[in-house]
Design a protein around this ligand. Sequence first.
Ligand SMILES: NC(=O)c1ccc[n+]([C@@H]2O[C@H](COP(=O)([O-])OP(=O)(O)OC[C@H]3O[C@@H](n4cnc5c(N)ncnc54)[C@H](O)[C@@H]3O)[C@@H](O)[C@H]2O)c1
Ligand SMILES: [Zn+2]
Length: 360
Amino acid sequence: MEILEVNTGTVKYPIYINDSFDELKNAFEKAKLSGKKAFIIDDTNTHGLYYDKVKNAVGDIFASLGVYTFEAGEKSKNLDTIRNFYEGFLKDKLDRRSVIIALGGGVVGDMAGFAAATFMRGIKFVQIPTTLLSQVDSSVGGKVGVDFMGNKNMIGAFYQPEFVYINSKTLDTLNEREFSSGMGEVIKYGYIIDSDYLEMIEENKEKIKALEKEAIHKVIYGACKAKAYVVSKDEKESGLREILNFGHTFGHAVEALSGYELSHGGCVALGMISGVYLSAERGMIDKEEEQRLKNINEFFGLENSVKGFDVNEVYEQMKFDKKNKDGKINVILLEKTGKAYTEKNAEESEIKAALERICL
Ligand SMILES: NC(=O)c1ccc[n+]([C@@H]2O[C@H](COP(=O)([O-])OP(=O)(O)OC[C@H]3O[C@@H](n4cnc5c(N)ncnc54)[C@H](O)[C@@H]3O)[C@@H](O)[C@H]2O)c1
Ligand SMILES: [Zn+2]
């Protein structure tokens, strides 16, 4: 088992990366959570797959163990579902020393975390992320929340867990689309902070796809380390954290215009092509980098272009990005492979040329 210590500046907590739930009980004991009342939040997929396994792994260390299972999917990510959680917490008589356990992907983690942050002004919370995206992205960094009136993650908080426990074996049951989507974020870390990590992905791509333990642990560990580094430098998102949006300003626009039919990581992968292209046009990185990225994307089942999207429409959609300031579209570009920055002065013509690379 690998352990990564996250230090946000205000709190410290461990991320455990294992290939079973065998150490989960120890993790709770170490966090001094045994003997407390615990409550699992999962969804209709993760409940059937992993609830019993987690329950068996923790044994009888808790004073009580409740559960609330909601309908899987982003459409459940709202305040009505949170209200159901609170009712479950009250029924189980949770108190300020109780612990909420998120068992599932990013939707479960964001919602369970939000409920933990707000119930009785904050009770303890543990993440057991089960999708690649949640293992390498959403479970690290402390952003929790729900969607509201069609706006993604509109209501939320910054709230850190006691620990994150990743069982990489849970990826065995994940479908290809969800795995590819997570890989979009994984590749991103290579481009924005660590070119060695990108090379490691290229060298181990077959093993990663086959979910071989050593390779997949390197992927997860490196991604969590990269995100934890950025977050520790900028816990509340005032500057550096923006680089995590590499590929996102372009990608989000396509994702939104698809009515969220296209996967998030898939759109990030597309957006990275635009970002890499624009960085190369400005002479900061080699032109060959675009083909390199396309090869990696393709290997992991990520599309390198989309049909039926109008560049002007995508450009207009990009103006809605909540990261924009003063009416200008901010894009994340690469100073070199492995180092990103926020570009506040990209011309409309440049952005449109970058979109031409992906909107065929
Ligand atoms: N907090 C953050 O910093 C942050 C960062 C990125 C994304 N997010 C949020 O994360 C969410 C997306 O996360 P996601 O992609 O994990 O979505 P998700 O939680 O909806 O999971 C995707 C699907 O996979 C299923 N699933 C989960 N684990 C499984 C497993 N091991 N085997 C089989 N099926 C499994 C789920 O039931 C769901 O149907 C979005 O709501 C997004 O806003 C948050
Ligand atoms: Zn993302």
